[in-house]
Ligand binder design. Structure first.
Ligand SMILES: N[C@@H](CCC(=O)N[C@@H](CS)C(=O)NCC(=O)O)C(=O)O
Length: 198
């Protein structure tokens, strides 16, 4: 049984979405987290090394970091076809986009948010405009990031774009707007939002 360590309306919310898509047996364990305003505290029950969410435990096997959790879950529950498994066509792009999420896209957004330059040749990521141009081009061939099939990378990227949709950090693009509608229009997303608050 999967336990999802969760705090409402955070990066763990989209793993309710993924678990619902997978039809996997899971339980939610709401934990406390440190917040931006200085309130909150690390929950000693949370196995994440920095007290962040999400983290999962699969009968004691702990996984943290969103892309790792997405990969673990789609490998563990391959039947719904939410991520190509080893040997499947598309596995390379799947792994690349999972890692790109954590090591390029999130740092790119954070650099923009902090108004920090991204030194070419030193930083391992690029400016958000360059990252988004690549993603928009990929999605233009879409309708999903891996092409025809919805996958766990769409859970990560689609929910992130939904969150940043109104922010000046996000370039306005009909391709992204349509994509967000496709991802957040899924029944599993609605079920997840209902369960988000516990
Ligand atoms: N790199 C992590 C980031 C997780 C993260 O920062 N989660 C936030 C909630 S959205 C959190 O737990 N913050 C509490 C803290 O920083 O202590 C991932 O993608 O899973």
């Amino acid at each position: 049984m999967i336990t999802l360590y969760h705090y409402p309306k955070t990066r763990s919310s989209r793993f309710i979405f993924l678990l619902e898509e997978l039809g996997a047996p899971y339980q939610l364990k709401n934990v406390t987290v440190r917040k931006r305003d200085g309130t909150g505290a690390v929950d000693p029950l949370n196995p994440h090394p920095h007290g962040k969410v999400p983290a999962i435990s699969d009968d004691g096997e702990v996984v943290f970091e969103s892309p790792a959790i997405a990969l673990y879950l789609t490998d563990k529950f391959p039947k719904p076809g939410l991520g190509p498994v080893a040997g499947d066509p598309g596995r390379g792009l799947y792994l690349s986009l999972l890692v790109y999420y954590g090591s390029v896209l999130e740092p790119a957004f954070m650099s923009k948010f902090l108004d920090t330059p991204v030194p070419r040749g030193t930083a391992g990521w690029v400016v958000v405009e360059e990252a988004m141009a690549f993603l928009i081009e990929t999605l233009s061939k879409g309708p999903y990031l891996l092409g025809d099939k919805f996958s766990a990378v769409d859970v990560l990227y689609g929910t992130t774009f939904a969150m940043f949709g109104q922010s000046p950090m996000m370039p306005k693009s009909p391709v992204i707007e349509d994509y967000v509608k496709r991802v957040t229009g899924r029944p599993a997303f609605a079920r997840a939002m209902e369960k988000d608050d516990g």
